[in-house]
Design a protein around this ligand. Structure first.
Ligand SMILES: Cc1cc2nc3c(=O)[nH]c(=O)nc-3n(C[C@H](O)[C@H](O)[C@H](O)COP(=O)(O)O)c2cc1C
Length: 435
Protein backbone atom coordinates (compact mmCIF):
# COMPACT_ATOMS: atom_id res chain seq x y z
CA UNK A 1 0.00 0.00 0.00
CA UNK A 2 1.31 3.41 -0.90
CA UNK A 3 2.50 5.59 1.97
CA UNK A 4 1.74 8.98 0.44
CA UNK A 5 -0.87 10.62 -1.81
CA UNK A 6 1.48 12.15 -4.33
CA UNK A 7 4.88 11.45 -5.80
CA UNK A 8 8.12 13.13 -4.84
CA UNK A 9 10.10 13.83 -8.03
CA UNK A 10 13.71 14.93 -8.41
CA UNK A 11 15.66 15.69 -11.57
CA UNK A 12 19.23 14.58 -11.98
CA UNK A 13 21.42 17.31 -13.38
CA UNK A 14 23.98 14.73 -14.48
CA UNK A 15 23.16 14.86 -18.19
CA UNK A 16 22.37 11.17 -18.53
CA UNK A 17 20.63 11.92 -21.85
CA UNK A 18 24.06 12.82 -23.25
CA UNK A 19 25.80 9.66 -22.06
CA UNK A 20 26.98 7.00 -24.52
CA UNK A 21 26.28 8.42 -28.00
CA UNK A 22 23.88 11.18 -26.85
CA UNK A 23 26.54 13.91 -26.66
CA UNK A 24 27.37 13.45 -30.34
CA UNK A 25 23.96 14.67 -31.49
CA UNK A 26 23.98 18.09 -33.18
CA UNK A 27 21.54 19.46 -30.59
CA UNK A 28 23.34 18.04 -27.53
CA UNK A 29 24.85 21.35 -26.36
CA UNK A 30 27.75 19.31 -24.99
CA UNK A 31 30.22 22.17 -25.36
CA UNK A 32 28.41 23.91 -22.48
CA UNK A 33 28.71 20.92 -20.14
CA UNK A 34 31.03 22.67 -17.69
CA UNK A 35 29.14 25.99 -17.66
CA UNK A 36 26.67 27.17 -15.04
CA UNK A 37 24.12 27.94 -17.78
CA UNK A 38 23.95 24.29 -18.74
CA UNK A 39 22.79 23.23 -15.27
CA UNK A 40 20.58 26.29 -14.94
CA UNK A 41 18.69 25.46 -18.13
CA UNK A 42 17.81 22.00 -16.79
CA UNK A 43 16.96 23.28 -13.31
CA UNK A 44 14.62 25.91 -14.80
CA UNK A 45 12.87 23.27 -16.88
CA UNK A 46 12.53 21.09 -13.76
CA UNK A 47 11.14 24.03 -11.82
CA UNK A 48 8.63 24.75 -14.61
CA UNK A 49 7.41 21.16 -14.02
CA UNK A 50 7.16 21.90 -10.26
CA UNK A 51 9.62 19.20 -9.28
CA UNK A 52 10.65 18.79 -5.67
CA UNK A 53 14.35 19.10 -6.31
CA UNK A 54 17.26 19.27 -8.70
CA UNK A 55 20.00 16.84 -7.77
CA UNK A 56 23.60 16.26 -8.76
CA UNK A 57 25.39 12.94 -8.12
CA UNK A 58 29.09 13.59 -7.63
CA UNK A 59 32.41 11.81 -7.22
CA UNK A 60 36.00 12.65 -6.42
CA UNK A 61 37.93 10.63 -8.94
CA UNK A 62 38.26 10.26 -12.68
CA UNK A 63 38.33 6.81 -14.25
CA UNK A 64 40.25 7.87 -17.36
CA UNK A 65 39.56 5.17 -20.02
CA UNK A 66 35.83 6.03 -20.31
CA UNK A 67 36.76 9.63 -21.15
CA UNK A 68 37.86 8.42 -24.57
CA UNK A 69 34.22 8.07 -25.63
CA UNK A 70 32.10 10.09 -23.16
CA UNK A 71 32.32 12.49 -20.21
CA UNK A 72 32.33 9.82 -17.49
CA UNK A 73 32.71 11.29 -14.00
CA UNK A 74 34.03 14.69 -15.16
CA UNK A 75 31.70 17.36 -13.78
CA UNK A 76 31.40 20.64 -11.94
CA UNK A 77 31.56 20.38 -8.15
CA UNK A 78 27.97 19.71 -7.08
CA UNK A 79 27.83 22.20 -4.19
CA UNK A 80 29.13 25.02 -6.37
CA UNK A 81 26.73 23.96 -9.12
CA UNK A 82 23.76 24.25 -6.76
CA UNK A 83 24.96 27.66 -5.58
CA UNK A 84 24.99 28.78 -9.21
CA UNK A 85 21.30 27.82 -9.53
CA UNK A 86 20.11 29.95 -6.62
CA UNK A 87 19.60 33.15 -8.59
CA UNK A 88 17.94 31.64 -11.63
CA UNK A 89 15.38 29.57 -9.72
CA UNK A 90 13.05 30.34 -6.83
CA UNK A 91 11.16 27.24 -5.71
CA UNK A 92 12.94 24.04 -6.61
CA UNK A 93 15.03 22.22 -3.99
CA UNK A 94 18.79 22.05 -4.56
CA UNK A 95 20.48 18.79 -3.59
CA UNK A 96 24.25 18.36 -4.02
CA UNK A 97 26.12 15.14 -3.19
CA UNK A 98 28.53 14.91 -0.28
CA UNK A 99 31.01 12.09 0.25
CA UNK A 100 31.18 11.34 3.97
CA UNK A 101 34.25 9.18 3.32
CA UNK A 102 36.35 11.98 1.86
CA UNK A 103 34.69 15.13 3.21
CA UNK A 104 34.70 16.85 6.59
CA UNK A 105 31.54 17.71 8.57
CA UNK A 106 32.61 21.25 9.50
CA UNK A 107 33.23 22.27 5.89
CA UNK A 108 30.11 20.50 4.66
CA UNK A 109 27.83 21.84 7.41
CA UNK A 110 29.02 25.33 6.51
CA UNK A 111 28.59 24.86 2.76
CA UNK A 112 25.11 23.41 3.11
CA UNK A 113 23.92 26.04 5.57
CA UNK A 114 25.32 28.70 3.23
CA UNK A 115 23.33 27.17 0.37
CA UNK A 116 20.27 27.00 2.60
CA UNK A 117 20.51 30.72 3.44
CA UNK A 118 21.32 31.74 -0.12
CA UNK A 119 18.34 29.78 -1.48
CA UNK A 120 16.07 30.69 1.44
CA UNK A 121 15.44 27.14 2.58
CA UNK A 122 15.87 25.10 -0.57
CA UNK A 123 19.05 23.14 0.25
CA UNK A 124 19.13 19.37 0.65
CA UNK A 125 22.04 16.96 0.86
CA UNK A 126 22.71 13.57 -0.71
CA UNK A 127 25.04 11.54 1.49
CA UNK A 128 27.25 8.94 -0.19
CA UNK A 129 30.04 6.82 1.23
CA UNK A 130 31.59 6.56 -2.28
CA UNK A 131 33.02 3.58 -4.11
CA UNK A 132 36.35 4.96 -5.26
CA UNK A 133 38.74 7.89 -5.04
CA UNK A 134 40.86 6.81 -2.07
CA UNK A 135 44.07 7.59 -4.01
CA UNK A 136 43.14 11.28 -3.95
CA UNK A 137 42.75 11.42 -0.17
CA UNK A 138 45.86 9.72 1.17
CA UNK A 139 44.28 6.29 1.54
CA UNK A 140 45.88 3.17 0.09
CA UNK A 141 42.55 1.37 -0.17
CA UNK A 142 38.86 2.13 0.30
CA UNK A 143 37.73 1.66 3.92
CA UNK A 144 35.38 -1.30 4.36
CA UNK A 145 31.62 -0.79 4.06
CA UNK A 146 31.27 -1.01 7.87
CA UNK A 147 33.98 1.62 8.39
CA UNK A 148 32.48 3.91 5.75
CA UNK A 149 29.00 3.73 7.28
CA UNK A 150 30.30 4.23 10.83
CA UNK A 151 32.02 7.38 9.62
CA UNK A 152 28.90 8.44 7.65
CA UNK A 153 26.72 8.15 10.77
CA UNK A 154 29.21 10.19 12.77
CA UNK A 155 29.54 12.71 9.93
CA UNK A 156 25.79 13.38 9.91
CA UNK A 157 25.60 13.59 13.72
CA UNK A 158 28.47 16.09 13.72
CA UNK A 159 26.76 18.22 11.06
CA UNK A 160 23.51 18.25 13.04
CA UNK A 161 25.43 19.27 16.18
CA UNK A 162 27.13 22.07 14.26
CA UNK A 163 23.82 23.34 12.86
CA UNK A 164 22.40 23.37 16.39
CA UNK A 165 25.47 25.11 17.80
CA UNK A 166 24.47 28.47 16.35
CA UNK A 167 20.66 28.37 16.38
CA UNK A 168 18.58 30.85 14.40
CA UNK A 169 17.14 32.29 17.64
CA UNK A 170 20.61 33.47 18.64
CA UNK A 171 20.52 36.10 15.91
CA UNK A 172 19.01 39.23 17.45
CA UNK A 173 20.06 42.07 15.12
CA UNK A 174 18.62 44.62 17.54
CA UNK A 175 19.66 48.09 16.41
CA UNK A 176 18.19 49.78 19.48
CA UNK A 177 20.15 47.80 22.05
CA UNK A 178 23.11 47.10 19.81
CA UNK A 179 22.86 43.36 20.42
CA UNK A 180 23.74 41.47 17.25
CA UNK A 181 23.53 37.96 18.67
CA UNK A 182 22.61 36.41 22.01
CA UNK A 183 25.89 34.66 22.67
CA UNK A 184 24.36 32.67 25.54
CA UNK A 185 22.55 30.67 22.85
CA UNK A 186 25.67 29.98 20.80
CA UNK A 187 27.16 26.78 22.18
CA UNK A 188 30.03 24.51 21.23
CA UNK A 189 29.08 21.55 19.06
CA UNK A 190 31.40 19.40 21.15
CA UNK A 191 31.45 16.46 18.81
CA UNK A 192 34.15 14.01 19.83
CA UNK A 193 33.97 10.66 18.06
CA UNK A 194 36.11 7.99 16.43
CA UNK A 195 36.53 9.93 13.19
CA UNK A 196 36.02 13.60 14.06
CA UNK A 197 36.91 15.99 16.88
CA UNK A 198 34.96 19.19 16.37
CA UNK A 199 34.54 21.88 18.95
CA UNK A 200 32.40 24.36 17.04
CA UNK A 201 30.32 26.43 17.03
CA UNK A 202 29.71 26.71 13.30
CA UNK A 203 30.51 30.13 11.91
CA UNK A 204 27.15 30.60 10.22
CA UNK A 205 23.81 30.70 12.04
CA UNK A 206 21.08 28.19 11.25
CA UNK A 207 18.54 29.34 8.66
CA UNK A 208 15.33 30.38 10.45
CA UNK A 209 13.09 27.97 8.55
CA UNK A 210 12.62 24.30 7.78
CA UNK A 211 15.59 21.95 8.07
CA UNK A 212 17.93 20.71 5.34
CA UNK A 213 16.43 17.42 4.12
CA UNK A 214 18.86 14.54 3.80
CA UNK A 215 19.05 11.96 1.06
CA UNK A 216 21.12 8.79 1.19
CA UNK A 217 22.43 6.58 -1.64
CA UNK A 218 23.82 3.16 -0.79
CA UNK A 219 21.90 -0.09 -0.63
CA UNK A 220 23.80 -2.43 1.71
CA UNK A 221 22.48 -3.23 5.19
CA UNK A 222 24.67 -0.45 6.60
CA UNK A 223 23.30 2.02 4.07
CA UNK A 224 19.69 1.10 4.72
CA UNK A 225 20.18 1.29 8.49
CA UNK A 226 21.73 4.75 8.16
CA UNK A 227 18.85 5.85 5.91
CA UNK A 228 16.37 4.61 8.50
CA UNK A 229 18.01 6.84 11.08
CA UNK A 230 18.57 10.05 9.18
CA UNK A 231 17.25 10.17 5.63
CA UNK A 232 14.19 11.99 4.33
CA UNK A 233 14.84 10.42 0.94
CA UNK A 234 16.77 7.47 -0.45
CA UNK A 235 18.18 7.48 -3.98
CA UNK A 236 18.02 3.83 -4.98
CA UNK A 237 18.73 1.45 -7.83
CA UNK A 238 15.73 -0.81 -8.31
CA UNK A 239 15.55 -2.51 -11.67
CA UNK A 240 12.27 -4.30 -11.14
CA UNK A 241 9.01 -3.82 -9.25
CA UNK A 242 10.07 -6.68 -6.95
CA UNK A 243 13.39 -4.90 -6.26
CA UNK A 244 11.52 -1.73 -5.37
CA UNK A 245 9.01 -3.50 -3.13
CA UNK A 246 11.84 -5.24 -1.29
CA UNK A 247 13.80 -2.00 -0.95
CA UNK A 248 10.72 -0.16 0.31
CA UNK A 249 10.07 -2.86 2.91
CA UNK A 250 13.70 -2.87 4.08
CA UNK A 251 13.55 0.89 4.43
CA UNK A 252 10.33 0.74 6.43
CA UNK A 253 11.91 -1.78 8.80
CA UNK A 254 15.01 0.40 9.19
CA UNK A 255 12.89 3.48 9.88
CA UNK A 256 10.88 1.64 12.52
CA UNK A 257 14.04 0.30 14.16
CA UNK A 258 15.21 3.90 14.43
CA UNK A 259 11.90 4.96 15.96
CA UNK A 260 10.63 6.71 12.84
CA UNK A 261 7.61 6.13 10.61
CA UNK A 262 7.94 4.34 7.26
CA UNK A 263 6.64 7.37 5.41
CA UNK A 264 9.36 9.59 6.89
CA UNK A 265 11.84 7.97 4.48
CA UNK A 266 10.92 8.24 0.81
CA UNK A 267 12.21 5.62 -1.62
CA UNK A 268 13.18 7.37 -4.84
CA UNK A 269 14.73 5.04 -7.42
CA UNK A 270 16.60 6.48 -10.37
CA UNK A 271 14.34 6.22 -13.43
CA UNK A 272 16.00 6.03 -16.84
CA UNK A 273 13.52 7.27 -19.43
CA UNK A 274 14.01 6.79 -23.15
CA UNK A 275 10.92 8.63 -24.37
CA UNK A 276 9.69 9.25 -27.91
CA UNK A 277 6.41 9.67 -29.80
CA UNK A 278 6.12 5.94 -30.49
CA UNK A 279 7.53 2.80 -28.90
CA UNK A 280 9.44 2.00 -32.09
CA UNK A 281 11.12 5.41 -32.04
CA UNK A 282 11.97 5.04 -28.38
CA UNK A 283 13.51 1.66 -29.07
CA UNK A 284 15.49 3.11 -31.99
CA UNK A 285 16.72 5.89 -29.74
CA UNK A 286 17.87 3.35 -27.19
CA UNK A 287 19.61 1.24 -29.84
CA UNK A 288 21.27 4.24 -31.46
CA UNK A 289 22.54 5.35 -28.08
CA UNK A 290 24.23 1.99 -27.55
CA UNK A 291 25.54 1.61 -31.09
CA UNK A 292 29.11 1.19 -29.91
CA UNK A 293 28.26 -1.61 -27.49
CA UNK A 294 29.24 -4.35 -29.92
CA UNK A 295 28.67 -8.09 -29.78
CA UNK A 296 31.80 -8.93 -27.72
CA UNK A 297 30.86 -6.23 -25.22
CA UNK A 298 27.30 -7.57 -24.95
CA UNK A 299 28.62 -11.11 -24.46
CA UNK A 300 30.95 -9.84 -21.73
CA UNK A 301 28.10 -8.07 -19.93
CA UNK A 302 26.03 -11.23 -19.97
CA UNK A 303 28.96 -13.33 -18.74
CA UNK A 304 29.82 -10.96 -15.90
CA UNK A 305 26.21 -10.67 -14.73
CA UNK A 306 25.06 -14.29 -15.07
CA UNK A 307 28.17 -16.46 -15.54
CA UNK A 308 26.78 -17.59 -18.92
CA UNK A 309 29.36 -17.51 -21.74
CA UNK A 310 27.66 -17.64 -25.17
CA UNK A 311 30.68 -16.64 -27.26
CA UNK A 312 30.93 -20.04 -28.98
CA UNK A 313 27.19 -20.67 -29.34
CA UNK A 314 25.35 -20.60 -32.71
CA UNK A 315 23.39 -17.37 -33.13
CA UNK A 316 20.00 -19.07 -33.36
CA UNK A 317 20.41 -21.51 -30.48
CA UNK A 318 17.75 -21.03 -27.78
CA UNK A 319 18.94 -19.86 -24.36
CA UNK A 320 17.13 -21.42 -21.40
CA UNK A 321 17.26 -21.24 -17.62
CA UNK A 322 18.86 -24.69 -17.52
CA UNK A 323 21.89 -23.22 -19.33
CA UNK A 324 22.58 -20.82 -16.47
CA UNK A 325 25.21 -21.69 -13.84
CA UNK A 326 23.52 -22.81 -10.63
CA UNK A 327 25.40 -20.22 -8.62
CA UNK A 328 25.55 -16.71 -10.09
CA UNK A 329 29.01 -15.08 -10.10
CA UNK A 330 29.81 -12.56 -7.35
CA UNK A 331 28.66 -9.12 -8.41
CA UNK A 332 28.56 -5.60 -7.01
CA UNK A 333 25.10 -5.28 -8.49
CA UNK A 334 23.35 -8.67 -8.13
CA UNK A 335 19.89 -7.45 -9.14
CA UNK A 336 21.14 -6.81 -12.69
CA UNK A 337 22.10 -10.49 -12.91
CA UNK A 338 18.71 -11.44 -11.47
CA UNK A 339 16.97 -9.30 -14.10
CA UNK A 340 18.79 -11.10 -16.92
CA UNK A 341 18.16 -14.53 -15.41
CA UNK A 342 14.44 -13.72 -15.13
CA UNK A 343 14.41 -12.56 -18.76
CA UNK A 344 15.96 -15.84 -19.90
CA UNK A 345 13.46 -17.82 -17.81
CA UNK A 346 10.38 -15.93 -19.00
CA UNK A 347 11.03 -15.49 -22.71
CA UNK A 348 11.87 -17.80 -25.54
CA UNK A 349 15.07 -16.15 -26.71
CA UNK A 350 17.84 -17.22 -29.05
CA UNK A 351 21.42 -16.06 -28.57
CA UNK A 352 20.90 -13.20 -31.03
CA UNK A 353 17.50 -12.37 -29.55
CA UNK A 354 18.99 -12.14 -26.08
CA UNK A 355 21.93 -10.01 -27.20
CA UNK A 356 19.50 -7.57 -28.87
CA UNK A 357 17.37 -7.05 -25.76
CA UNK A 358 17.51 -3.62 -24.12
CA UNK A 359 17.76 -5.29 -20.71
CA UNK A 360 21.26 -6.42 -21.66
CA UNK A 361 22.27 -2.80 -22.10
CA UNK A 362 20.30 -1.75 -19.07
CA UNK A 363 21.32 1.28 -17.13
CA UNK A 364 21.86 0.65 -13.44
CA UNK A 365 18.40 2.11 -12.95
CA UNK A 366 14.76 1.23 -13.47
CA UNK A 367 14.29 1.74 -17.16
CA UNK A 368 11.34 2.69 -19.32
CA UNK A 369 11.68 2.75 -23.09
CA UNK A 370 8.47 3.92 -24.73
CA UNK A 371 5.95 6.73 -24.94
CA UNK A 372 5.00 9.28 -22.31
CA UNK A 373 1.80 7.27 -21.83
CA UNK A 374 3.78 4.05 -21.21
CA UNK A 375 5.92 5.81 -18.63
CA UNK A 376 2.97 7.41 -16.84
CA UNK A 377 1.21 4.04 -16.64
CA UNK A 378 4.26 2.20 -15.26
CA UNK A 379 5.08 4.89 -12.70
CA UNK A 380 1.48 4.95 -11.53
CA UNK A 381 1.50 1.16 -11.22
CA UNK A 382 4.67 1.10 -9.09
CA UNK A 383 3.40 3.96 -6.93
CA UNK A 384 -0.04 2.42 -6.34
CA UNK A 385 1.65 -0.89 -5.49
CA UNK A 386 3.46 0.88 -2.66
CA UNK A 387 6.86 0.13 -4.17
CA UNK A 388 8.05 3.75 -4.56
CA UNK A 389 7.39 7.16 -3.10
CA UNK A 390 8.62 8.94 -6.20
CA UNK A 391 11.70 8.86 -8.40
CA UNK A 392 14.75 10.72 -9.57
CA UNK A 393 14.50 11.25 -13.33
CA UNK A 394 17.63 10.27 -15.25
CA UNK A 395 16.40 10.58 -18.87
CA UNK A 396 18.42 8.86 -21.56
CA UNK A 397 19.24 9.01 -25.26
CA UNK A 398 18.73 12.61 -26.33
CA UNK A 399 17.77 16.08 -25.07
CA UNK A 400 14.25 15.43 -26.37
CA UNK A 401 13.85 12.56 -23.93
CA UNK A 402 14.65 15.00 -21.11
CA UNK A 403 12.22 17.57 -22.55
CA UNK A 404 9.44 14.99 -22.86
CA UNK A 405 10.04 13.92 -19.27
CA UNK A 406 9.65 17.42 -17.88
CA UNK A 407 7.19 18.92 -20.36
CA UNK A 408 4.84 16.00 -20.93
CA UNK A 409 5.36 13.13 -18.52
CA UNK A 410 5.36 15.13 -15.29
CA UNK A 411 2.28 17.21 -16.31
CA UNK A 412 0.53 13.94 -17.16
CA UNK A 413 1.27 12.59 -13.69
CA UNK A 414 -0.06 15.87 -12.27
CA UNK A 415 -3.24 15.57 -14.37
CA UNK A 416 -3.72 12.08 -12.95
CA UNK A 417 -3.59 13.55 -9.43
CA UNK A 418 -0.25 11.91 -8.67
CA UNK A 419 1.83 15.09 -8.57
CA UNK A 420 1.48 18.78 -7.76
CA UNK A 421 0.15 21.12 -10.46
CA UNK A 422 1.83 24.15 -8.94
CA UNK A 423 4.09 25.03 -6.04
CA UNK A 424 2.34 26.10 -2.87
CA UNK A 425 5.50 26.17 -0.75
CA UNK A 426 9.00 27.45 -1.30
CA UNK A 427 11.36 25.31 0.78
CA UNK A 428 12.46 21.75 0.09
CA UNK A 429 11.26 20.39 3.45
CA UNK A 430 7.81 21.89 2.83
CA UNK A 431 7.65 20.43 -0.69
CA UNK A 432 8.42 17.02 0.77
CA UNK A 433 5.82 17.40 3.53
CA UNK A 434 3.11 18.11 0.93
CA UNK A 435 3.08 14.53 -0.38
C1 LIG B 1 21.60 4.97 -6.37
C2 LIG B 1 23.02 5.17 -5.94
C3 LIG B 1 23.66 6.35 -6.27
C4 LIG B 1 24.97 6.59 -5.87
N1 LIG B 1 25.58 7.77 -6.20
C5 LIG B 1 26.85 7.99 -5.83
C6 LIG B 1 27.48 9.23 -6.13
O1 LIG B 1 26.91 10.15 -6.71
N2 LIG B 1 28.77 9.38 -5.76
C7 LIG B 1 29.47 8.42 -5.10
O2 LIG B 1 30.63 8.64 -4.79
N3 LIG B 1 28.88 7.25 -4.78
C8 LIG B 1 27.60 7.02 -5.12
N4 LIG B 1 27.01 5.83 -4.80
C9 LIG B 1 27.81 4.81 -4.08
C10 LIG B 1 27.45 4.76 -2.63
O3 LIG B 1 27.84 5.92 -1.99
C11 LIG B 1 28.10 3.59 -1.91
O4 LIG B 1 29.47 3.79 -1.78
C12 LIG B 1 27.94 2.32 -2.64
O5 LIG B 1 26.63 2.16 -3.07
C13 LIG B 1 28.35 1.16 -1.74
O6 LIG B 1 27.58 1.15 -0.60
P1 LIG B 1 26.43 0.10 -0.43
O7 LIG B 1 27.16 -1.18 -0.39
O8 LIG B 1 25.74 0.49 0.82
O9 LIG B 1 25.51 0.21 -1.63
C14 LIG B 1 25.68 5.59 -5.15
C15 LIG B 1 25.02 4.41 -4.82
C16 LIG B 1 23.71 4.19 -5.19
C17 LIG B 1 23.05 2.91 -4.80
Amino acid sequence: MKLRDTLCIGMSLAPTWLRDEGWRRPDSGIEGLFSAEFALDIARRAEAAHLDFAFRPDTHSLPVPVMETSFGFASLDSVLMMAALVEGTSRIGLVPTISTTFGHPYLTARQLMSLHWMSQGRAGCNIVTALQGQQNFGLTEMPSSAERYARAGEFVAAMQALWQSFPAEALRIDRATGQFADTALIRPADHHGAAFDIEGPLNIPAFPGPHIPMMQAGASAGGVALAGQMADMVFAQTLTLQDALAARQALSRAAKTAGRASRDVRLLPGLSLYLADSRAEARDLFEANHARVDRPARLARLREATGLDLAAWPEDRPVRSADLPAVPPPSRFPSYGALLRALIAQEDLTVNGLLARPELLASVHWQIIGTVEDAARTISHWFEAGAIDGFVAVPGGAPRSMHLTLEQLVPRLAEAGLFRKRYTTSTLAEHLAEG
